[in-house]
Design a protein around this ligand. Structure first.
Ligand code: BGC
Length: 757
């Protein structure tokens, strides 16, 4: 339905101006309340039916405004890495021509930049494209902690570390909202696995929640001013997130001062009264709980209408802060634009991680005249797939395209062979993969194909250098299921061994979003690069790094364990819990993406016990676990090499008001410009409470010309050192000695200094 644009809506700029003029002392959340007087007047004019109409989906990506009062609908869009194509019933693409968006590097790639500036730009670019498409809310960023190496959405999420995830989430949020599109932080909270995500009861103690899993949400709400939050599918400590009063009312609204709206994950609403009292504003999708049933609950006296009013108020706050895009303006130009493409490119350039370069195989030597590119991941595009996070990209430069273009400029010949079959869950809507396709494997553990292997080895022998493209794909790492393991699929280990034996001048590029088991590959690949799912200019950026036009500068946002069983959730026996296999929720709710019938799924679900996931490792997530328990890893959190070396000078430390500042000189010892991500960790001495060996507190990305030295200052608030005390249910600052450790990675500390708080 088309609504009048001459409404009582304040333009976003005006709303911000009022907020700024009102008082600079208003917190980002309180700025959302500047129109409350007007909003209350509107609510007073609304019927109960009109109010409830706002509290559930209108289409699968919108909810109703107040048509009678000229208040426009709220339009939502996935997702974190690109404005999703227009789709209709059952999420089927509508086939528009102007809805091709920019495909941005996925979450772990963005996080590998460790760049607050790029996170801001990413958010800003998404916000810009959101407005071109007439959207009010982006369903993102996705900021859950990467608890599991096998996690189907690990690639969507940012980091295993809450400080890194928090800093980037804040900037993404500010960027998007400054561009005029609200963010919807997802998935709140503790949605760290896809296995049974629609029903799993996550058991975690309050300290673990506060110090690890809630941190990025808290920062993006309090500092970033996030206007919308998406309660997740799962339960936390017994209650579905969409009706979890502790999470939504006590913590989010009560403690963090959230003034915006909440919207359940799609299909994640489970009751009327529970969700109404448990802090949910909008049921997505459907109206079986927040439709007539809600009206009846008010009319029969079970629910105070003030509860409904509060939800409407929160929605209208967002509606007033975000200027609706007039319908005749939206979708008049292509969603993806050169200025936003450039941002995706810049992120890709700075995200690529050089894991290993022991024989100096990279950058590609000047005397290389012929390169054999082996592996289907060099040609398979990565924008589409993964359900909600897939992007209909305007274009995508594959690694092979990027390399071929750059090689041609240098007069280098490039040959290509697929090397291995690629696992594909399905092709297109509901259609099973064509099992006779010679390049598609039936399962991820299928061994190498002898003919493909022989072809690859022949090319490797003829070439001066081999670039092997391994890793996973979006059928393997995807929303709705977790990986069975982190093994390289489809015989990739056999292939790399054969390639190395044919030609030891090999470098491997891993195209994946999460970690993989590199125990075999490491033996046969003297150089390894983590290349991610890196957006529409990913292939261009990769070629620049491989050819040495730019130095690699990404750092791992998560640990590569030696083997899966070492990782905390496995080592403590808390994953996969008491139910494993496919994600039942996706099977039932997203039939569009699965192909099964509802009856088949319902029967299966009814036969299963309730799943539980107990976070037994507590606060020892990711590197906190490996370091504290002295478990060796393949590549540590924060690791990433460059083509140059950096020298870290002595540290000086001072406490300024409530902040700790650490300064040092950083010098580029090499002969090319390069970026370094300097990392600051804190180790508590003689603490009376359980602590990890050390924790990240601050970081910065610094660009240094060849031979250049810069003074670097890293700082963090003393309050970051507080721990959550389960006994008194509050934050406590334990005084005592701390050691500040600064270096290039969690396992590459260069300088340290003691201080006291
Ligand atoms: C996903 C969300 C997504 C929503 C809408 C859900 O399945 O969990 O991340 O935003 O669908 O597509």
């Amino acid at each position: 339905m088309k609504h009048s644009s001459t409404s009582i809506i304040l333009p976003a700029v005006l709303a911000i101006a009022i907020a700024a003029g009102c008082s600079n002392s208003l917190s980002p959340q309180d700025r959302l309340t500047v129109n409350d007087k007007k909003i209350n007047e509107i609510i007073a004019q609304m019927t109960l039916e009109e109010k409830v109409e706002m509290l559930h989906s209108k289409t699968n990506m919108s909810s109703e405004g107040v048509p009678r009062l000229g208040i426009q609908d709220i339009k939502y869009t996935d997702g974190p890495f690109g404005i999703r194509e227009e789709n209709g019933e059952g999420f089927r693409p509508l086939g528009w021509t102007l809805d091709s968006a920019t495909y941005f590097p996925t979450g772990s790639a963005l996080a590998a930049t460790w760049s607050k500036e790029l996170a801001y730009k990413n958010g800003w670019a998404m916000g810009k494209e959101g407005r071109l498409r007439g959207k009010d809310i982006i369903l993102g960023p996705a900021i859950n902690i990467q608890r599991l190496p096998v996690g189907g959405r690990t690639y969507e999420y940012l980091s295993e570390d809450p400080v890194l995830a928090a800093r980037l989430s804040v900037e993404y949020t500010i960027g998007s909202q400054e561009a005029g599109t609200a963010v919807c932080l997802k998935h709140y909270a503790l949605n760290n696995q896809e296995t049974n995500r629609g029903s799993v009861n996550v058991i975690a103690d309050e300290r673990t929640m506060r110090e690890i899993y809630l941190k990025p949400f808290e920062a993006a709400v309090k500092e970033g001013g996030a206007m919308c939050v998406m309660p997740a599918y799962n339960k936390v400590n017994g209650y579905y997130c969409s009706e979890n009063a502790h999470l939504n009312n006590e913590i989010l609204r009560g403690e963090w001062g959230f003034k915006g709206m909440t919207v359940s994950d799609w299909g994640g609403t489970h009751s009327t009264m529970g969700a109404a009292l448990g802090g949910l504003c909008v049921q997505m999708t459907g109206d079986n709980y927040f439709g007539q049933a809600l009206i009846d609950s008010v009319r029969n006296g079970a629910l105070d209408e003030a509860v409904v009013d509060a939800k409407v108020r929160e929605i209208l706050r967002l509606r007033f802060a975000i200027e609706p895009v007039p319908e005749d303006v939206a979708n008049t130009v292509m969603t993806s634009q050169p200025e936003t493409q450039k941002i995706a490119y810049e992120i890709a350039q700075k995200s690529i991680v050089l894991l290993k370069n022991e024989a100096g195989n990279l950058p590609i030597a000047k005397d290389v005249k012929k390169i054999a590119v082996i592996g289907q991941n060099a040609v398979l595009t990565t924008a589409a797939g993964g359900i909600g996070a897939g992007v209909k990209t305007l274009y995508e430069i594959s690694p092979l395209e990027g390399i071929s273009k750059r090689a041609a400029e240098a007069g280098i010949e490039v040959t290509y062979a697929p090397g291995y079959k690629s696992y594909s869950m399905r092709m297109g809507w509901g259609r099973q993969a064509e099992q006779t396709d010679p390049l598609i494997a039936k399962s991820t553990d299928e061994p190498a194909d002898p003919a493909l292997l022989a072809e690859a080895v022949a090319l490797a022998k003829e070439a001066d250098m081999v670039l092997f493209f391994g890793g996973t794909n979006k059928s393997i790492e995807t929303e709705g299921s977790d990986r069975k393991n982190i093994d390289l699929p489809c015989g990739q280990n056999e292939i790399i061994q054969a390639l190395y034996e044919a030609n030891p001048n090999v470098a491997t590029v891993l195209i994946s979003g999460g970690p993989t088991d590199l125990r075999t590959l490491d033996k046969y690949s003297p150089a390894i690069v983590q290349g991610w799912w890196n957006g529409l200019e990913g292939g261009t950026a990769l070629a620049e790094v491989l050819f040495g036009d730019i130095a690699p500068s990404g750092k791992l946002p998560f640990t590569f364990p030696l083997k899966l069983e070492d990782s905390p959730a496995y080592a403590t026996g808390s994953f996969p819990g008491n139910r494993s296999g496919e994600d039942l929720f996706t099977l039932m709710y997203r039939l569009d993406a699965t192909g099964y019938t509802r009856e088949q799924i319902q029967e299966y679900i009814a036969s299963l016990p309730d799943p539980v996931s107990e976070y037994k490792e507590g606060i020892l997530v990711g590197y906190r676990w490996f370091e504290t328990k002295e478990v060796p890893v393949m590549y540590a959190f924060g690791h990433g090499l460059s083509y140059v070396d950096f020298e870290y000078g002595e540290l000086s430390c001072r406490q300024k008001k409530d902040r700790i500042q650490v300064s040092f000189a950083l010098r580029n010892l090499g002969d090319m410009e390069a970026d370094e991500v300097a990392q600051l960790y804190v180790r508590r001495i003689g603490s009376k409470v359980e602590r990890p060996l050390k924790e990240l507190e601050a970081f910065d990305r610094i660009t240094l010309k060849a031979g250049e030295t810069k003074k670097v200052t890293l700082e963090f608030p003393v309050s970051e050192l507080e721990h959550w005390d389960n006994a008194t249910d509050g934050w406590v600052l334990e005084p005592g000695k701390i050691e500040i450790l600064v270096g290039a990675a969690s396992d590459d500390i260069r300088q340290s200094i003691m201080t006291e708080i």
